[in-house]
Design a protein around this ligand. Structure first.
Ligand code: ACO
Length: 429
């Protein structure tokens, strides 16, 4: 916090309004506009472009410099030296765990991987062709019907149990939503495996033979979870905070986050990238699609390019690109036609004046889609995997909010509808 103040002079108002300015440890100062409502005025900022909706100590982003820090640690260092569950601990508790703390944390997550047996029956209510994200919205929200014993959000113990349950059960539910869609039996988790290995086992294993999991692919999967673990106050995290601010239970809040993530402007972009590459179909058609992306009258956008915050480069994309190169080399599939389109597209967009001027760079979803395809994950599961990784970020933000002081989120509006008018009876209209 600082002693700085902003002075707002409003036409027609004699006295200027003084607004306090706060400074964080990093990033721009913020002007506290909370007192404006008492002066009969609101601020107007659709899309929250200039609005800090909360105070947080979890993640810091400098979009101009391409910096992403979790609890102060740069994302590239975490991606190189840490692993997903350790990063979960860091996000939740604020510090890297000691060896003993890490072992205990991993053991506790493993103890919660199984889901209530009745949930298997719950799946049968969905159509086989349901999108896995639709299933996830429903099933994760329904967890509150199965785990009544951890819903007292004012209790630290309940919040912790709900956090472990969500982190541990998300891969199980995600794999179940896939198995259901292809008509294969659900696989129980194998708690001797790591988090990422277990997910691949439940996705690709079957009860008739032992699972074989490539360590390279498990490492890539773990890195994908880690790179998606948190991203400050994005649309889905803000949704979780808003839902949580009403006192809703954590399972309901995370289901709200999953719903917000599904959109193609957010987590749905990785699926949209692959669909776009398929639609382009051949390297020879790239110019046509780039021209469409630049045409103001055409709603088409290059999926996997651009970001609300990163206007230099997406630091996650840099690590993800390296991981993509490793996976493709390991699997020997450098000659895949869709990958050829992706590489050429990236090259063209990085050198095209339109994309340079608007600071549109490939984002994390551009490369994660490529890796997931190479691993053999079906396109419809891409956003589900994003949701699995992001669950810890959602919970960390929800927990930070609930354990501090907060008020119900209640944005205001600029009303441009009718003024008051009298009801007209049906026979007079
Ligand atoms: N292709 C072509 N033009 C684009 C693209 C794109 N992918 N992204 C933005 N632009 C253009 C816009 O048309 C706009 O042009 P204008 O100034 O001439 O009107 C300008 O760049 C600014 O775009 P906005 O939509 O105002 O930027 P905003 O910050 O609101 O949107 C977003 C960011 C949603 C990510 C956008 O870049 C986009 O739609 N990208 C494609 C979808 C995508 O990859 N989403 C994943 C985001 S990352 C994540 O969720 C993990």
């Amino acid at each position: 916090m600082s002693d700085k103040k902003a002075t707002l002079k409003i036409d027609g108002m004699d006295a200027a309004i003084e607004l306090p300015i706060y400074s964080g440890t990093l990033g721009p100062d913020v002007v506290d506009v909370g007192s404006l409502t008492g002066k009969g005025m609101f601020t107007y900022d659709p899309g929250f472009v200039s609005t800090a909706a909360c105070e947080s100590q979890i993640t810091y982003i400098d979009g101009g410099q391409g910096v992403l820090l979790h609890r102060g640690y740069p994302i590239d260092q975490l991606a190189e030296q840490s692993d997903y569950l350790e990063t979960c601990f860091l996000l939740l508790y604020g510090e890297l765990p000691t060896r003993a703390e890490k072992e205990e944390f991993v053991r506790t997550v493993h103890n919660h991987t199984m889901v209530h047996e009745q949930i298997r029956t719950f799946f049968n209510g969905f159509r086989r062709d349901a999108h896995p994200m639709a299933i996830m919205c429903g099933v994760v929200g329904a967890l509150s019907a199965f785990y009544h014993d951890s819903l007292e959000i004012s209790e630290e113990r309940d919040r912790q149990v709900a956090a472990f349950r969500l982190i541990a059960k998300m891969p199980t539910l995600a794999a179940m939503s896939y198995k259901f869609s292809i008509g294969q039996p659900f696989m129980y988790p194998d708690n001797t495996l790591s988090y990422a290995e277990n997910f691949l086992h439940m996705m690709f294993g079957n009860p008739c033979e032992p699972s074989t999991i490539s360590p390279v692919l498990a490492k890539a999967m773990d890195r994908i979870f880690l790179l998606h673990a948190d991203h400050e106050q994005n649309a889905s995290t803000s949704t979780v905070r808003l839902a949580g601010s009403s006192g809703a239970n954590p399972f309901a809040c995370i289901a709200a986050g999953i719903a917000a993530l599904w959109g193609p402007s957010h987590g749905g972009a990785n699926e949209a990238v692959l669909k776009m590459l398929e639609e382009i179909g051949d390297v020879s058609r790239i110019d046509e699609f780039v021209a469409r992306a630049k045409d103001k009258d055409d709603p088409f956008r290059l999926m996997g390019f651009g970001h609300r915050v990163y206007k230099n480069f997406d630091p996650r994309a840099k690590v993800m690109k390296e991981a993509a190169d490793d996976v493709l080399a390991e699997l020997g599939i450098e000659n895949d036609p869709l990958l050829a389109i992706a590489k050429r597209l990236e090259e063209i967009a990085l050198h095209d004046e339109y994309f340079i001027e608007k600071k549109l760079y490939p984002n994390v979803d551009f490369y994660s889609g490529i890796i997931l395809k190479a691993i053999g994950i079906p396109t419809s599961m891409f956003t589900v995997i994003f949701a699995v990784g992001r669950t810890v970020g959602w919970i960390a933000h929800w927990h930070e909010m609930i354990s501090g002081s907060y008020r119900i989120g209640r944005p205001r509006q600029l009303y441009t509808g009718h003024q008051q008018r009298d009801y007209v009876p049906l026979d007079k209209r």
